[in-house]
Design a protein around this ligand. Structure first.
Ligand code: PM9
Length: 474
């Protein structure tokens, strides 16, 4: 199954040996700034060796995130001009609502300003202190919101999803046995809901199969618990299902998306990813009572329930983006572009998570710096050194991001310590990735004898520490 996928991608759908032709023309350009090595060393030092604290104008190729960094299409810009800015009952909201209903088959839509606001709304309503939310490696904001409500996350990702090697086609899958044991042990009163993140950002942008979604849904039904999807990268997930799962090659992305959501009670969505917009999100639900319960909370924290923190223009752009993101040529190019960078790095000997994910290439920090101790943040060090080498900004998804156990206060040591190079949608070209590959290979070569890493200078005491903490070299 997987070899078929790689065959398709390594030969390219349009060019033999050259990957994919970009399915768009570029109309607006943004200049890129190059700093000298001395300047970059100064900037990252001033930022406390934390790439989140850099100014974007000091970054040459910005792969910090694929969130809110997409280039919008001419159709999206045109749609923004007809944004209806009415406080209540905006026409743009009804357009967005209809798009979500048709795409995902979920009837009730609550707009929010971004994904974490949808998470906040969901967890405020569903999570009680002491309850569990089992899922496949929860994203950091997701986990933080659940814990903020006094809940706890249970990671049920399959064991193959916790190693950087191996060709498993759906490393985002949940281990059905582990989930069943958890549901049995806790009982339905102690389970707030089950969450599937697709693709699974924290373990390498790895997809979840339809077979697995169906099996999780069956268990949820059996134990009478709700199933939610974190849909931030739903289209990329659907593309992987089409390419890798038996019986779906002939199905359209739209049909696969319908099937994925048909199993769920609802979803949270960060439209900054597969909505192809700089800002926006929503919560979509199947249950009217739950919808009515959440509406007042949306009004209190986000805005009236027909805009939820977005402008009419934002909602127009999102409605259009949700249509563009399921186009096959777009997804083929998108996922192919990520794989192109992955192949270049792998060929140069850089240890990367495989199979390549949908939105990013993840470098295995512990292999990149073989001799740097695990508790000296090798992946964070890789981010710093890659920036120094050529102004390329990635981000750590590892021991720093994992934070501390909320009960014991001890540092969590995650299965994977990764430096993520996230690819903004429709922004960079193959030449940019050739540059990135050269820089990463250079940093890798220079770091080969390295034995020490980083320690905290000032650790942000609570919450999501990786955004703001500062570091020192050991
Ligand atoms: N993800 C990312 O870079 C942006 C924040 S951290 C730099 O990967 C999932 C799977 C996400 C996600 C954000 C959110 C939150 C929820 N689920 O950023 O609030 O990857 O729109 O979404 C980021 P918002």
């Amino acid at each position: 199954m997987l070899s078929h996928f790689f065959l398709l991608h390594s030969s390219g759908a349009r060019f033999k040996n050259r990957g994919f032709m970009i399915p768009f023309r570029i109309k607006v350009v943004e200049p890129i700034r190059f700093l000298s090595l001395k300047e970059r060393e100064q900037k990252i030092g001033d930022a406390g060796l934390n790439v989140f604290r850099l100014k974007s104008s000091d970054v040459t190729i910005d792969l910090l995130t694929d969130s809110g960094t997409s280039a919008m299409s001419n159709a999206q810009w045109a749609a923004m001009m007809i944004g209806d800015e009415a406080y209540a009952g905006s026409t743009s909201f009804f357009k967005l609502e209809k798009t979500v209903q048709e795409l995902m088959g979920l009837p009730f839509v609550i707009p929010t300003h971004q994904g974490r606001a949808a998470e906040q709304l969901l967890d405020f309503t569903l999570v009680k202190p002491g309850q569990m939310v089992p899922g496949n490696t929860h994203f950091d904001t997701t986990k933080a919101h659940i814990e903020f409500r006094g809940g706890r996350c249970v990671d049920c990702t399959i064991k193959e999803g916790k190693t950087p090697e191996g060709e498993h086609p759906f490393k985002g899958n949940l281990d059905i046995q582990t989930l069943e044991t958890c549901l049995k042990k806790e009982g339905s009163e102690k389970i707030a809901y089950v969450l599937i993140t697709m693709t699974c950002n924290s373990n390498g942008g790895q997809p979840v199969s339809l077979e697995n979604i169906a099996a999780v849904a069956a268990l949820c039904k059996k134990f009478k618990v709700k199933l939610f999807l974190d849909a931030a990268r739903f289209a990329e997930n659907a593309y992987f299902i089409q390419q890798r799962e038996k019986g779906f090659y002939e199905k359209s992305i739209g049909e696969i998306v319908q099937r994925m959501f048909s199993f769920a009670d609802g979803c949270t969505m960060s439209a900054k990813k597969d909505g192809l917009v700089p800002i926006g999100g929503f919560l979509a639900l199947r249950d009217k009572i739950l919808f009515e319960t959440m509406k007042p909370h949306d009004i209190l924290f986000e805005g009236f329930y027909t805009y939820g923190g977005m402008s009419g223009m934002d909602m127009e752009a999102m409605a259009q983006g949700l249509k563009e993101v399921i186009q096959k040529d777009y997804l083929e190019h998108r996922v192919g572009q990520v794989a192109y960078l992955g192949r270049r790095l792998k060929k140069g000997g850089v240890p990367v998570v495989e199979p390549f994910g949908g939105h990013a290439i993840f470098i295995d920090g512990r292999e990149f710096y073989k001799n740097v101790p695990k508790d000296q943040f090798p992946a964070q060090l890789a981010c710093v050194e890659i920036y120094k080498e050529g102004g390329v900004r990635g981000v750590e998804v590892g021991a720093c991001l994992a934070g501390r156990d909320p009960d014991t206060g001890k540092n969590i040591m995650p299965a994977l310590d990764l430096c993520r190079l996230a690819i903004p949608r429709r922004v960079y070209t193959q030449e940019h990735f050739d540059y990135v590959a050269e820089i990463v290979l250079g940093a890798h070569e220079k770091g080969k004898g390295r034995k020490t890493g980083l320690k905290f200078d000032q650790e942000t005491p609570q919450g999501i520490r990786h955004f703001t903490s500062t570091f020192k070299y050991v």
